[in-house]
Design a protein around this ligand. Structure first.
Ligand code: FES
Length: 157
């Protein structure tokens, strides 16, 4: 990150601290605001937030890694989360996993080079009797077979 970018980013975080306050309770709100604007909370942002709230960077990192709606690296425009919990596992999650990996040429935990899709696993989506289940951004798809999963992937822009 260039020095100029760092300065303007620091300023942005200072503004958030002014807006939400500098005590610990403000931490989550500040992180959410950074996530919303930048789509992730970079290492630099985490350090700046820690510095301005006068807390240890590890504390900031632990919050970022705990909440699934926060992330420390840039992700794709579309997040695809395949349920890996037992009911979906038994209903054929492995076949869906192989099909989407093959189609996109990436593994779970990775993002396509064009930034279109990030693949992730998730725990139970509450659709256990309708597995395998997959969350595409905010929409849940159930009773999937590999062909349907690939078709769904090809529909996301
Ligand atoms: S086990 Fe997959 S939705 Fe519950």
């Amino acid at each position: 990150m260039l020095e100029l970018e760092k300065n303007s980013f620091s300023e942005e975080i200072e503004n958030l601290v002014n807006q939400y306050g500098s005590d610990r309770q403000a931490l989550l709100q500040i992180l959410q605001a950074v996530q919303k604007k930048h789509k992730y909370v970079s290492d630099f942002a985490q350090q700046e937030i820690a510095r301005l709230l006068n807390i240890h960077p590890v504390e900031v990192y632990s919050i970022v890694s705990f909440y699934s709606f926060l992330c420390s690296e840039p992700k794709g425009r579309n997040i695809i989360r395949l349920c890996r919990t037992i009911s979906c596992d038994m209903a054929g999650k492995d076949k869906i996993e192989s099909a989407v990996k093959r189609e996109l040429g990436i593994s779970f935990g990775e993002t396509t080079n064009d930034g279109r899709v990030t693949l992730e696993f998730t725990n139970c989506l509450g659709m256990c009797d309708q597995g395998p289940a997959m969350l595409v951004n905010d929409r849940v798809y159930t009773h999937l077979n590999p062909e349907e999963a690939v078709n769904i992937l090809n529909e996301v822009k």
